[in-house]
Design a protein around this ligand. Structure first.
Ligand SMILES: [Zn+2]
Length: 193
């Protein structure tokens, strides 16, 4: 490509390559604002992640948050309405499922004993998942009855694990966290009875 440097395209008048160090410098500064790297100067999302650190993702145009954190109730409703207007049955179903999932997750964060599920496994998978859960000392039947929030979380965890999406280390941490939460919730449940 170096042979093209400084040559002018007769049709468009474009000159190839950087014409000076200043031009290269300015270009690199401009690019840093938009490139996808840890040092980019692009404005980042103003939300705080669950681990308590500021979100590093890029903002959506005209918004102060990234696409993951742009979920005001109104925005969510707008998305559902947009799905209905599209007339795409698949899209509508997905939007409704998402709405239901979000609703349940919010209810569960206050009361994990509320009935419901956000994931249904195929019968074969369900069997494997059950075996795996009991190996980890979880009783899915009991959880399904008393604390569906956690049996649901376990099924999601198994589903993600079976697709190779969870590392060994992550799994240990997640299971430990889940055990603690189940323990806390069971104590609360016993007290309320
Ligand atoms: Zn964000």
């Amino acid at each position: 490509m170096s042979s093209l440097r400084g040559r002018r395209d007769p049709r468009t008048g474009r000159v190839f390559g950087f014409q000076s160090e200043t031009q290269r410098h300015n270009f690199m500064i401009g690019r840093a604002r938009f490139c996808d790297g840890p040092n980019r100067l692009m404005p980042t999302c103003t939300a705080v992640t669950r681990s308590g650190e500021p979100c590093k993702a890029a903002r959506m145009r005209g918004r102060s948050t990234c696409f993951r954190h742009g979920g005001s109730p109104k925005a969510k409703k707008t998305r559902l309405t947009a799905a209905y207007f599209s007339g795409d049955a698949d899209r509508i179903q997905r939007a409704e499922m998402r709405l239901e999932r979000n609703r349940l997750c919010m209810l569960w964060s206050h009361d994990p004993s509320r009935p419901g599920k956000t994931i249904v496994l195929m019968p074969d998978d369900e069997e494997i998942c059950r075996a795996w859960a009991s190996q980890q000392d979880f009783r899915l039947d009991t959880l399904d009855q008393d604390l569906p929030a956690f049996s649901d979380a376990l099924r999601w965890l198994w589903a993600r694990k079976s697709r190779g999406l969870v590392s060994e280390e992550d799994m240990t941490a997640k299971l430990a966290r889940l055990r603690n939460r189940i323990l806390e919730a069971s104590v609360a449940l016993d007290h309320s009875r």
